[in-house]
Design a protein around this ligand. Structure first.
Ligand code: 2P0
Length: 341
């Protein structure tokens, strides 16, 4: 019996300039470059054990053996790595998701980034973080950005080899994010289907691509200047434009629920009354995320709790790049997971 083991943690990220649409669905090449903030509050820990005694891949998520469809996704992803070493041993993959159920955040970003780093570690692949991000991309687009911490750009690139993420800034300048977890039910339209349908049918889609390019340039300059208001304004506008493409798809759809609109209104009210900086963004689900100053987070939570139950308001600071865990870390992680569930 021979075993190769790798364990890693990756944090999730929220896009400020969204990835919305693929120019190549097979290779996960995006229509536009995007930019995100990695969050410390939400992460995935993953252990990969390549074991010569296994006769098939296995995938356990939060301690539960997954069905053949989920295992196939993991198997295809592991194949990409095994191509590098020209040898395919089956693996047992164990993942623990530390995304509070109440947050209702998609975990594919942290999941595939953690799986990427754990697999590369197990196989001893000598690849840079940027190169690893091109592999993570093949699992789920947004995971490309979760290899890095702080503000991260995913450059759309010219092809598979250079469609990769780069760290832009560590976001260590009074940045925070509040998640308004208004509705945690299963989303009706997966982001993958939602973006494909939008690309195919929305007459506004080209305007999205064109203006997202401009937004990216402006936000990168604003981050370099540490101009928080500019970062926030571009974030809010870019997110709304993304959602406008779903309303203009045919047939139209939206990720917003009635509670999303109420949460948006709460943010507008609180920022007007308090004069604090708070800028909204939304993804392929009903929750509202608020980019804010870390130092003003407590005051904003107080204001928002007049409109929303406190347990639906979750705060986060910027998170770090993905990193390798030891076996001792993994045991600690399992213990924390059990205590939480
Ligand atoms: C983003 N989203 O930039 C955008 C904004 C949702 C809205 O990336 O098909 O799960 O696996 O590449 O990464 C969600 O889409 O889609 C996403 P796939 P993914 O964060």
């Amino acid at each position: 019996m021979s075993q190769k083991i790798g364990i890693a943690r990756a944090h999730t990220n929220i896009a400020l300039i969204k990835y919305w649409g693929k120019r190549d669905k097979q290779l996960f090449l995006p229509m536009n470059s995007s930019l995100s903030l990695t969050l410390d509050a939400f992460y995935t820990d993953t252990k990969v054990i390549f074991d010569s005694d296994l006769t098939a891949d296995e995938f356990y998520l939060n301690g539960i053996l997954q069905d053949s469809k989920e295992i196939l996704k993991i198997s295809r992803f592991l194949d990409l790595f095994c191509e590098y070493i020209g040898e395919r041993t089956f693996a047992r993959v164990e993942s623990l998701n530390f995304v509070p159920t109440a947050a209702g955040l998609a975990s594919s970003a942290s999941a595939f980034a953690a799986l990427t780093l754990a697999t590369a570690t197990a196989l001893g692949l000598n690849l840079s973080r940027e190169e690893l991000s091109t592999l993570a991309r093949r699992g789920s687009g947004s995971s490309t950005r979760s290899l890095f911490g702080g503000f991260v750009e995913w450059d759309m690139g010219t092809g598979s080899a250079d469609s990769m993420a780069h760290p832009i800034d560590d976001a260590d300048w009074d940045i925070g994010m509040i998640v308004l977890a208004v509705n945690t039910g299963q989303k009706k339209i997966a982001s993958r289907e939602g973006m494909d349908h939008t690309v195919a049918t929305s007459p506004f889609y080209q305007a999205w691509v064109d203006t997202a390019k401009e937004d990216l340039q402006v936000i990168k300059q604003a981050i370099a200047d540490r101009d928080f208001e500019q970062v926030g304004q571009i974030t809010e506008h870019n997110g709304m434009k993304m959602h406008a493409t779903t309303l203009s798809a045919n047939p139209p759809f939206t990720y917003w629920s009635a509670d999303s609109v109420l949460a948006q209104e709460a943010v507008r009210q609180v920022r007007e009354e308090s004069g604090l900086s708070a800028y909204m963004t939304m993804d392929a689900g009903p929750n509202v995320k608020v980019l804010c100053r870390a130092s003003q987070m407590a005051e904003l939570v107080d204001g928002l709790s007049q409109y929303l139950p406190k347990e639906k308001i979750i705060t986060s600071l910027p998170g770090p790049a993905a990193y390798v865990l030891t076996d001792e870390d993994w045991q600690g992680s399992q213990q924390v997971f059990e205590e939480r569930s």
